[in-house]
Design a protein around this ligand. Structure first.
Ligand code: 1HN
Length: 319
């Protein structure tokens, strides 16, 4: 070893037990030219999930489970929870007569109802029926419980920013002291409830959205979650959207119809109730089968925008 090399070794040794590293001496880089392909595109099929939910309904009691849900984790090394970096998606089923007790937490949540009438969610004391095709928000720290007062199983999807809260640390969680909120007020409409028929009406009047590959799309609002944007995208029969590539992390949920997503040279076919993880900066385009399709896109775009990190490339035209 040269004298200079020996001096350097001595320098590294002098701070190696101080929990410090020289920025010029890192084993893994801290910066890179553009978003890396960390999380991977992945699809979960509702046809696979539904019988599992039914079986869980026989074996797992909601008295015992705070929530009888199945979370979808991205199949990337070391991950056992997140669907994409900032978001987690889950499927949940509540049987007639069952109650998912009230609780509140700092993570923001929303639900997309797939099947079943007669189940009510109570959000901050307001009781709203959850109907197929509805999207219902549960913002940061809002009390929420779910109760099936009908005669059909109710199936839905949950989306939460729990992985973001894990990263940033502001996790708070409380079960409601009374189990459920006492004397909720039943309402037909609420600012946190986007009804299927209202979504369809707004979509029918929508214009092509360049940010969604030129497909017809609406953004749900004006009441919004701080960290999560909700876009509903409609495809005509046989339509193909232009390529979309953006820094936001997204999860698509199929509200109606069938089709496919082409992503990084891979094609994934989807149908009603399926979930597709589209991590940041993955070029992708959607296409519909012969009956058209409708998708909910759940993304962390508001965060990216607030922080000045939202970028998108190749706002393609729909064909
Ligand atoms: C949660 O609170 C619900 O309240 C659903 O229905 C899914 C997944 C992870 C963490 C909390 C709910 C959840 C969840």
């Amino acid at each position: 070893m040269s004298a200079a090399a020996a001096d350097l070794e001595a320098l590294y040794a002098s701070f190696s037990n101080l929990n410090m590293e020289g920025g010029w001496h890192r084993k893994v880089p801290a910066l890179w030219p553009e978003p890396r392909a960390n999380f991977v595109p992945h699809i979960w099929h509702y046809a696979d999930v539904r019988p599992i939910l039914d079986r869980a309904g026989e074996l797992v009691d909601t008295e015992f489970a705070e929530r009888r849900n199945l979370t979808m984790f991205n199949p990337v090394e070391g991950n056992i929870y997140s669907t994409v970096r900032t978001l987690v998606a889950a499927y949940q089923m509540v049987k007639p007569g069952e109650v998912a007790r009230a609780h509140r937490h700092t993570p923001n949540a929303l639900r997309l109802i797939l099947e079943g009438r007669g189940t009510y969610t109570v959000v901050n004391g307001k009781q709203v029926e959850m109907r197929p095709g509805d999207v219902l928000l549960t913002p940061n720290w809002a009390w929420h419980s779910h109760e099936n007062l009908g005669s059909e199983n109710c199936y839905w999807m949950d989306f939460l920013d729990v992985p973001l809260v894990h990263l940033l640390e502001p996790m708070f969680y409380q079960p409601h002291p009374d189990g459920v909120e006492p004397a909720p007020e039943r309402v037909e409409s609420a600012p946190i409830a986007f009804r299927a028929e209202d979504i369809d009406r707004d979509l029918a009047a929508a214009a092509p959205d360049p940010a969604q590959g030129g497909l017809m799309a609406i953004t749900l609002g004006p009441v919004e979650l701080d960290s999560i944007a909700l876009d509903v995208i409609a495809l005509d029969p046989g339509q193909t959207g232009g390529e979309v590539r953006e820094t936001s992390n997204a999860i698509y949920a199929v509200m109606a119809g069938e089709g496919a997503v082409d992503i990084d040279g891979q094609r994934m076919a989807w149908a009603f109730g399926d979930t597709v993880a589209v991590p940041a900066w993955r070029a992708h385009s959607l296409s519909a089968g012969p009956k058209g399709a409708k998708l909910l896109k759940v993304s962390d775009r508001p965060l990216m925008k607030k922080l000045g990190w939202y970028r998108h490339a190749g706002a393609g035209e729909a064909a």
